[in-house]
Design a protein around this ligand. Structure first.
Ligand SMILES: NC(=O)c1ccc[n+]([C@@H]2O[C@H](COP(=O)([O-])OP(=O)(O)OC[C@H]3O[C@@H](n4cnc5c(N)ncnc54)[C@H](O)[C@@H]3O)[C@@H](O)[C@H]2O)c1
Length: 375
């Protein structure tokens, strides 16, 4: 029986039945947290998937268990290629080895804000130069459609208000800057192609793009066969809470209890990773049906929770106290960051549906299974 997370919306099935051949999506970073959940949603909705990942922060996806769960009996529907976005030859190999790539979802990259302060050039070369390598290869092999994983960190906080796409861009970390500059490069490429098409100059290749600015993705697929299990040390809230729940760490460090928020701790817009995955399917459907597209969209829930509110929700689920201590604010953090996602709702007909309690439960469910069976 299909779990709720895998029920295919009929609008999507209807749309795909009109196509002669199922579109193939190249998913860079497809073995990672958001990428692997998105691949499950794409496969469930009929898309074929090529995963390209260097596995620096993930195990190979899909595991045998995931493949059998999805009943993928046609092995051609999913391919996994090990490679690095920093190496143009690796990317070219994927395009040469594939008959047709209809679109790229570009997740691959580095994502730790604290690490980006310590080693900015590593972030610029992976996130920005890696994105340029992908765009160059797409142009060479006439692949016109890209969805780019951006981040709410480019805004630098909303001072208690919901943040919309037209709000001030003000990255507070090298990581945030790499995301914003990558967006800008994609936009410039799109504009150049449009202008040269208008002047009948064929030098610039078309690029259609949707930039998705995620707020705080958390949770896991309902049955817990995949979830967030970074190989590198994680600095975001949910994985660090899990370490305390599982006894790996004795207490949770909370950075800042003097922010101008409900209880002094930072407020974030947490979004269930399956809602995010479904947002990507909606974005791919839209992109493939819309020529000349360039849009920036926030993906969040519009509701913010403080660190203490998240801890409290986990405490109710696990039935015991989660010890924590307060520390000074960290570089790059902001008081509050909550999305106005009304544009995504209007354009993609997408809306996040899952509540904070479900996000916490599904994370915990995955971690209990993951630690239990060492998947
Ligand atoms: N998780 C978040 O909180 C969050 C928020 C906003 C934006 N994002 C962005 O979304 C994307 C995916 O995030 P995630 O949480 O799934 O991260 P993740 O680390 O779980 O996934 C990223 C994947 O990219 C791979 N990768 C890293 N460097 C690579 C390289 N040079 N070549 C090929 N593969 C490489 C990693 O092995 C990993 O599988 C990232 O670009 C991230 O910046 C994430």
């Amino acid at each position: 029986m299909l779990e709720r997370d895998l029920v295919i919306p009929c609008t999507v099935v209807g749309l795909l039945q009109l196509r002669e051949q199922m579109p193939t999506i190249l998913v860079t970073g497809g073995s990672g947290f958001i990428g692997s959940h998105t691949c499950i949603s794409l496969l469930s909705c009929g898309y074929d998937v090529i995963i390209f990942d260097n596995h620096s922060n993930s195990k190979v996806f899909p595991s045998l268990e995931v493949a059998s769960f999805l009943s993928i009996n046609n092995p051609d529907r999913i391919k996994i290629i090990h490679g690095d976005i920093c190496k143009p030859d690796d990317i070219e190999h994927v395009f040469l080895a594939s008959e047709k790539i209809d679109a790229v979802i570009h997740f691959a990259g580095l994502k730790s804000i604290p690490e980006s302060f310590k080693n900015p050039s590593k972030y610029w070369s992976t996130n920005v130069a890696g994105t340029i390598n992908i765009l160059n290869c797409m142009a060479k092999y006439s692949c016109e459609n890209i969805i780019f994983s951006s981040s709410a960190t480019i805004y630098g906080g909303g001072q208690g208000k919901q943040i919309s796409e037209s709000d001030l861009i003000n990255p507070t970390s090298p990581y945030g800057w790499t995301k914003f500059i990558s967006e800008k490069i994609i936009h410039d490429q799109h504009k150049a192609a449009k202008e040269s098409a208008n002047s009948c100059d064929e030098t610039s290749k078309t690029i259609n793009a949707i930039i998705l600015r995620y707020f705080n993705p958390v949770g896991a697929i309902k049955n817990g066969i995949i979830g967030e299990s970074p190989l590198l040390s994680a600095t975001n809230l949910f994985p660090t809470i899990m370490k305390v729940i599982n006894g790996e760490d004795s207490q949770l460090n909370i950075f800042g209890n003097d922010w101008p928020t409900i209880d002094g701790t930072g407020v974030r817009d947490y979004i269930h990773v399956m809602d995010l995955a479904e947002g990507h399917v909606a974005a791919i459907n839209y992109l493939l049906a819309t020529p000349n597209c360039f849009i920036e969209l926030n993906l969040g829930t519009g509701v913010g929770y403080s660190v203490l509110q998240v801890i409290n929700t986990f405490e109710q689920i696990v039935g015991h106290v989660i010890p924590h201590t307060f520390h000074a604010r960290r570089d790059g953090d902001v008081a509050s960051c909550v999305a106005d996602s009304s544009l995504a709702r209007k354009i993609l007909k997408w809306k996040a549906k899952r509540e904070l309690s479900e996000m916490c439960f599904d994370s915990w469910n995955y971690w209990s299974k993951y630690l239990g069976s060492n998947l």
